[in-house]
Ligand binder design. Sequence first.
Ligand SMILES: [Zn+2]
Ligand SMILES: [Zn+2]
Length: 138
Amino acid sequence: MSTVTGGCFCGAVRYAITGEPKSVGICHCESCRRIAGAESVAWAVIPLAVFAITAGEPCAFNSSPGVTRMHCERCATSLTYRVEGRELIDVTLGSLDDAETWIPGQEVFCAEAVSWNALGPSNEHFAEGSSGPKFEAG
Ligand SMILES: [Zn+2]
Ligand SMILES: [Zn+2]
């Protein structure tokens, strides 16, 4: 199985993924937007068992109850998102060494998307999480 690697901007934190994502999507939620300082954040949903930090020690904090996000303490690159108790960890596509490794196929929390961030026409759109209703624009 091939290994996909990534890390933060400054290089202090590195990680490796030895497996395939369960899904790949773009999140438009306000938490992602404010934490990244970007209009949206693209994530790969990875089985926790195949994700490993290989260098450095990321800083972890709770962005909401039961949600832990990790970033580099030095350069602040957003790295991961995890809901307590789930055997999954979301990894930012932008922190992969090759950001073209996996292509998003869905967009979540579209109801919170900023008006100037156009949704991808070929993606599946959800109003909130991907287990909820589809998003209808307008
Ligand atoms: Zn860093
Ligand atoms: Zn989000």
